[in-house]
Design a protein around this ligand. Sequence first.
Ligand code: ADP
Ligand code: ZN
Ligand code: ZN
Length: 725
Amino acid sequence: MSTACFVQVALPVPLPQLFDYLPPREGPPPRAGTRVLVPFGRRQLVGVVTGLSVHSDVPADKLLPVDEVLDSTGPILDERFLRLLRWCWQYYKHAPGEVVIGALPPALRKAVGTLPPAPRQYALTEAGQERLREPVGRAPVQYEMLAALAAGPVGEQRLVTIGCQWRKTLASLVDKGWAASEPAAPDQPRPASGPTLTADQRAAVAAIEADFGRFRCHLLDGVTGSGKTEVYLCLLEAVLEAGGQALVLVPEIGLTPQLLRRFRKRLGLEPAVIHSGLSAGARLEAWGAAQAGRAPLVVGTRSALFTPMPRIGLMILDEEHDASFKQQDGFRYSARDVAVKRAAELEIPIVLGSATPSLESLHNAVEKRYSWHRLRERATQAALPSWRVLDIRHQEMVGGLATAAVDAIAETLARGEQAMVFLNRRGYAPVLMCQSCGWHGSCERCDANLTWHRAAGRLVCHHCGSQRRAPALCPECRADALVGAGEGTQQLEELLEKRFPNVPILRFDRDATARKGVLDQLIEEVRSGAPCLLVGTQMLAKGHHFPGMTLVVIVNIDQALYSVDYRALERMGQMIEQVAGRAGRSDRPGTVILQTLHPEHAALELLLGKGYGAYARWLLEERRQAGLPPAGYQALLRAEAHDRVVVEQFLRDAAAVFPAGDTRLSGPMPALMERLGGRSRMYLVLQAARRADLHRQVDAWLPRVRELRAGRKVRWAIDVDPQEL
Ligand code: ADP
Ligand code: ZN
Ligand code: ZN
């Protein structure tokens, strides 16, 4: 070869490198961002070219040529997008190929996958118009289609009802020169007008619009119901009208038809939706439309972050505090942090919205790295709910509810309003136990009790998913003395059905809403406003707008008050505030009752007395004093195996080769739930005051860790900016 040229390819293998190939035997070398088919061992793999170089560490006679260039029309990922992916694999220290291939929709990870063709529209030619003026003749279906085309260019969706073989009919019209096709015009937004913005909303919109065309991160910190979504809509309208694209990320559960309907109605266009529940075909269609610039608006969950959009002008992350933005296995990235990075690369503004911002984002706002916009009042003039702490140490309890709470529910329903009971435990009872010998059902594979699902007659582990039939007699002593201990949503539902026989009881949890469409039906029923009583888990906490809801009862959050996880109080505060935010969203005032055994706990007093903002500042100060994130930086080396001894040995060996520097290493220590799915899980914690120190040392360390013999017997991974212990 005259000019030495090597093709660097990212391949879907769990190895920390890219792979060099020679260019294909024929044709020019593929450009960065193009998919290729390459030989790998005895297999062929689909990879993505990340770059070309004049140098390779591998001797040229050991290298093989690319078998085939799959994207014949050019790269499907552009340079900036590849730069973002490179940053991801370097920052999160994950296998480059898994990061890059994971960014493609599943259909494009196969050699046969191709980008979907751009939709086309059809119009009559002059010859076609002439034909239409003649009598119908012997091909009435063709004539019918000609007539349908007469009104102007028409998309395929308007033709599918004509005859029973519309494609064939259309093809023969084109063949005869009566119709011609052209690329369909892109979807144009036709925005409808929204409400007049409040002063706070207006200020936020103006400030963010002033940053269009440059990078800036905006924290939109607005109480529940303050009109954050309305702010997003105004910004989206501006970006889309100017011909730009926009990306909106929402938590897993937030992607309800409700929100999409609101986008559709206000913006007058169909959002392209991307989430992991889609079929491969639908996902490819949406991804392809975004990548080609056809889809103006993409709305999706975490993974939609990796959607290339050539004209993107704005990113929005709603409920930015939500834990589902962090991927907890494989490529463990924070969609929030990568989104901010992407906005910086693209030089566009990004909006992080929440009623309960994460301490990370608050920290950045306090330090003035982010612009901070506060919406302090509800947009509809509804007052924020009032609190009532119910000390359950001196209360008579029935199935987990204090009598006073049941009375409050009864009064609410009697007024024709709605109430909800929040309990973060699904199932009937958290444990099935024997009153005779004390046996209780626990998972053999996890450090956890099995939850009794009475209706299904099963004991289920909510951590590893294993389940078995619930025994009728005690397996230990054969006594007929098994009872459920503690409360779950199913039991609460049963109890409330007995107490309130004339009111619909709606259960919101993962079991009740497993079937597709059930959740939306439930939501619609609640939104209709008729009296009803909701029982549910944190699924209730997220974003729903229920105008008739005036009472929220929070059954029990006490575990969080004494948890060893330093994030437990942050999550508890967010959850309480979010659940409470469902109450009193329209004209009637809302009340929140919090049942607790610890009414005098300082955290609760602060949260309920001064609100989430003051509470979060206090937590932030505590983190600062302890050097914990976001005041410090962490990474975990996680390891797991069946045998605890092996895990511990590996982590000790890894600790022994950690390079010297300012990063503190501690552990090995067991994960909060050490045994999960039959495996023992432990970790090392690496903590530093400066991010750069942490990354420099970990980067120097990882090659040594990969060499460790003990590493062959465990599964291990690095978790940068971990969210779970
Ligand atoms: P958030 O996203 O902060 O929870 P929403 O944008 O959903 O708040 O607004 C809550 C309710 O208030 C919605 O019914 C919305 O239509 C209404 N709303 C929002 N902004 C205004 C406004 N400026 N004037 C009147 N109603 C508004
Ligand atoms: Zn027993
Ligand atoms: Zn289990």
